[in-house]
Design a protein around this ligand. Sequence first.
Ligand code: PMP
Length: 378
Amino acid sequence: MNKYRLFAPGPTMVPAEVMAANASPQLHHRSPEFRAIYREVTDNLAYVFQTESDPLMFVSSGTGVMEATVANLFSRGDRVAAVVAGKFGERWRNIGRAYGLEVLSYELAYGETTDADAFRAWLGKQGDVKGILLTHSETSTGTFHDIRAVAEKVRDLGPLIVVDAVSSLGALELKTDEWGLDAVASGSQKALGCPPGVSFVALSERAWKAMETADLPRFYWDFRANRKQLEAANSPLFTTATSVVCALREGLKRVREETIEGMTARHALLAEATRAGVLAIGCRLFSKCPSNAVTAVLPPEGLDVEEMRKIVRKDYGILFAGGQGEMMGKIFRIGHMGYFDRFDVITAIAALESVFPRLGYPVEPGSGVRAAQEVLNA
Ligand code: PMP
């Protein structure tokens, strides 16, 4: 028997209290009980996003609300710029193209991060750009992008600042209002430690203004209609995933208890310990600027990554994520966000120490665990 351990960068492990809430009796989405829950969850999401405005919730994964954000903010033919440095930057670009926008790609090699000055210099030469599409934590390469610095640098050029915070909300410092971000999209199944199924978006006054003239088609996803319903009745515009919202309520209570600052500090510590652990057993980091949500690991030269992941899953019950696209077979990724603690780091590193010798890569037992412990106990 093995315990199943989901060490992927989303979906992530869900605490028992949250799962129990997910299984509570079915509520009607227009009942007074559910409206009170919907209000509470909205308020707590505003806390997590660090915004004074009400974030909107939708029944979808993160990509759904990213797409909806594009559909609500822009018009056909608008020029937008996407930072493309991994699979999720590519997703922004592809969504923009699918909606008939002219997407300028600011391309970086996988694993690189955005240099705010260089990006500003490039953007300044592109003429009228209505929006920039950023990824805070590029999950595919395990990279942190300093969106705060980018937002600051490009402010005078006036583009709407649109952020994919799917894997960063709750894991990395993120201050929607203070940093002047116009649309920030995220989902339930990452650092908030809830089941998948509900996505959310926080929007600035500038974003609401842009929606008045944006002409891309939307109906179910119409942010303005959704906001109207929320303001009028504290309820979703259409039937929502009531069970996931109930789970989210429980998950967000836990966030409140830990505080957002406590949560991001925990993620920073666990990420640092994970990095120390993998480096001590002969691995390297794929990213030039690692994210505290996920570590993308280059294994020792020649080690069969996919075989390693298979053994770890079958024999130890642990799921590490592989590489996406061209990175498949080259890297693996350890998600350390959400319901993940210091002994999960130890378990992850111990599993690698156990499996590497089985694939012909000797590791001194305890060397990675020791390095991780040194960080955790400092
Ligand atoms: N952006 C980022 C940074 C992500 O990590 C993910 C999920 N891995 C997505 C977008 C897409 O989210 P979803 O799978 O929930 O649609």
